[in-house]
Design a binder for this molecule. Structure first.
Ligand SMILES: *Cc1c(COP(=O)(O)O)cnc(C)c1O
Length: 232
């Protein structure tokens, strides 16, 4: 068994155990393997070990890998911050975008989504720490953006995503994830039907599971330490 196959087995086991402890069904969560900084050959290895969905942060790196792995049926998620000049490539080559945090970006993604593809699945990134330096929309403006995304014809509003500042301690880690869960519930009372909480990384996924994560974005625990590309 390769190291990646072993790591995947370990993380899948840990997730299943966390779901059991949280009283949740194991099918209610999906593992997104974050492959930024990882070669196409290692992504192929992860796919051979049963992994289907992969997350990338940097568009040029992602496009190269997508091209090299075209023979596989993989699901690609763009999880990095989205600049206006990147929307066309994201709309054309990804199934999901997790970092949408402005109406302008949502409008461009919808306008540029090719007609032969299903609508692009979108998670809105929320700045749960309310720090001016971080990506994501402030919670006060979230409802307006959610309505915009839901109204765009070539987007499908799926849910919310966050990257909390790293904190020690299980109980502390739960706080921003609980906040994201509560925001999703509140926004859904306005007639929106989001079903996705994209939250939890290698160091805090157990706290995210307990607060209702449905997509966990995990890189290091599968592929080992990266030489670059920290989340913001
Ligand atoms: C890099 C990254 C991850 C994965 O982080 P790990 O600590 O390697 O598990 C998850 N989400 C986003 C947005 C990232 O940029």
């Amino acid at each position: 068994m390769t190291t990646i196959a072993k790591n995947l087995q370990t993380i899948n086991f840990a997730i299943a155990q966390g779901m059991r402890l949280a009283g949740r069904h194991k099918d209610a969560i999906h593992l997104l393997a974050v492959s930024k900084g990882v070669s196409a050959a290692l992504v192929r290895e992860a796919h051979q070990a049963g992994q289907h969905a992969f997350g990338e942060n940097y568009i040029q790196e992602a496009l190269n890998k997508i091209e090299l792995l075209r023979d596989l049926s993989l699901q690609w998620h763009f999880i990095g911050p989205i600049q206006g000049n990147k929307t066309q490539a994201i709309a054309a080559h990804f199934a999901w975008a997790h970092g949408v945090d402005r109406p302008k970006i949502a409008e461009r993604l919808s306008a540029q989504r090719p007609a032969d593809l299903p609508p692009l699945n979108v998670c809105i990134q929320v700045n749960v720490d309310e720090e001016a330096s971080k990506s994501g929309i402030m919670s006060d403006n979230l409802l307006d953006l959610a309505r915009t995304v839901a109204s765009l014809p070539r987007l499908k509003l799926r849910g919310l995503m966050c990257i909390p500042a790293p904190i020690e301690g299980f109980e502390n880690q739960r706080i921003p994830f609980a906040k994201l869960r509560e925001l999703l519930q509140e926004i859904n009372t306005h007639g929106l039907a989001m079903d996705t909480l994209s939250m939890g990384m290698s160091h805090d996924f157990n706290a995210a599971i307990l607060e209702g994560a449905t997509i966990m974005r995990i890189g290091t625990a599968i592929f080992g330490k990266r030489s670059y590309g920290e989340a913001k």
